[in-house]
Ligand binder design. Structure first.
Ligand SMILES: Cc1cc2nc3c(=O)[nH]c(=O)nc-3n(C[C@H](O)[C@H](O)[C@H](O)COP(=O)(O)OP(=O)(O)OC[C@H]3O[C@@H](n4cnc5c(N)ncnc54)[C@H](O)[C@@H]3O)c2cc1C
Length: 297
């Protein structure tokens, strides 16, 4: 089958192409799209490349945070100085995605639109409170990253919308301590068997506040572990408290059995990885600079 390749140079033209042809599909890095085409899962007649849209590139510091272009690749975000200086665990998360080929071509917007519950960025961006700007012919809307997927491979955006930018709020006073831990019992470039992101603050009295937890590969979409996070709120993270949060996580997740492990095994690992993620947040430097943790096998 032949494909028509469209190369709009501005967002308005790209939106017109999507609006005028209901079968047209967007292509960003092509990492998942080309795979789907190779196995015959998709055979789009019209493909709209996002590569010429300048609005979708760049990383900027804004008044309230950091603004990431949806067309930035995982490699670019892993090495971005603004992101690394503020949230090194997020930069490390990007450098831990799959392998160099996937990181060099795969984009953040494509990752979020692909909506695979085993992917890494949605988990980390959820605890950072990030939102995606989604633009259509009728205007734009802001969608929390944790709500961008309706189910596996089912994004919460229409075929006529484009994710343009992802905004991470950054508090000006006391930055969050963050960590991202993924369990990779097979190969280092595999999708996570289970992943956990944590963000929190630790007061001078050792008590935790503003705790947020999220899990990947433990449900049909990224799982916001808000009720488990409540177990840590206002507490000192002693072993009993960490055991109670692990138990709450085990109750809140709904993993599926697959070749990476049984549902019971993943549930156990989600509890354990949560304890590791919280500890990793606390092992930061005394000046409050957040720490990061990569692979946690
Ligand atoms: C072998 C392999 C291993 C992988 N391992 C991991 C992993 O361990 N962790 C991880 O997080 N990810 C992993 N990925 C996913 C990868 O990181 C990419 O992010 C993902 O494949 C899609 O990125 P892309 O830019 O290539 O999107 P494309 O393949 O170009 O597009 C994917 C989908 O998103 C849509 N789309 C793309 N951009 C936008 C946009 N801006 N707005 C709206 N819709 C858009 C497309 O129409 C398409 O439906 C893996 C992928 C492969 C093939």
């Amino acid at each position: 089958m032949s494909h028509r390749w469209h190369t709009p140079s501005d967002l308005g033209h790209a939106l017109d192409l999507l609006h005028d042809d209901e079968d047209a599909v967007l292509i960003a890095g092509g990492v998942s799209m080309v795979l789907f085409m190779n196995v015959g899962f998709l055979q789009p007649a019209d493909m709209v490349s996002l590569a010429g849209l300048r609005e979708l590139f760049g990383v900027r510091r804004t008044d309230g945070g950091i603004d990431l272009g949806a067309m930035e690749t995982h490699t670019r975000l892993a090495t971005d100085t603004i992101l690394r200086a503020t949230y090194p665990a997020a930069a490390d998360m990007f450098s831990g995605i799959a392998n160099v080929r996937v990181r060099n071509w795969g984009t953040l917007g494509g990752n979020l639109a692909h909506a695979d519950p085993a992917q890494d960025p949605p988990v980390m961006l959820t605890v950072l409170g990030a939102s995606a700007e989604v633009v259509g012919s009728d205007g734009s809307r802001s969608v929390p990253v944790g709500e961008l997927a309706a189910g596996p491979l089912t994004p919460n955006i229409t075929d006529e919308e484009i994710i343009t930018r992802i905004r991470i709020p950054v508090p000006s006073d006391d930055p969050l301590r963050t960590a991202y831990v993924k369990f990779l019992p097979g190969t280092k470039d595999d999708y996570a068997t289970v992943s956990i992101a944590a963000a929190l603050r630790c007061g001078d009295d050792g008590r935790l506040t503003d705790v947020r937890l999220a899990g990947g590969s433990v449900g049909p979409t990224v799982v916001d572990l808000a009720s488990a996070a409540q177990c840590l709120e206002g507490q000192k993270p002693d072993p009993d408290v960490l055991a109670s949060v692990a138990e709450a996580v085990r109750e809140q997740v709904h993993p599926r059995s697959d070749r990476r492990g049984s549902a019971d095994y993943k549930r156990e690992m989600a509890g354990l990885m949560t304890q590791r993620a919280v500890r990793a947040c606390l092992e930061g430097r005394p000046d409050g600079i957040p720490v990061s943790q990569g692979v946690g096998a």
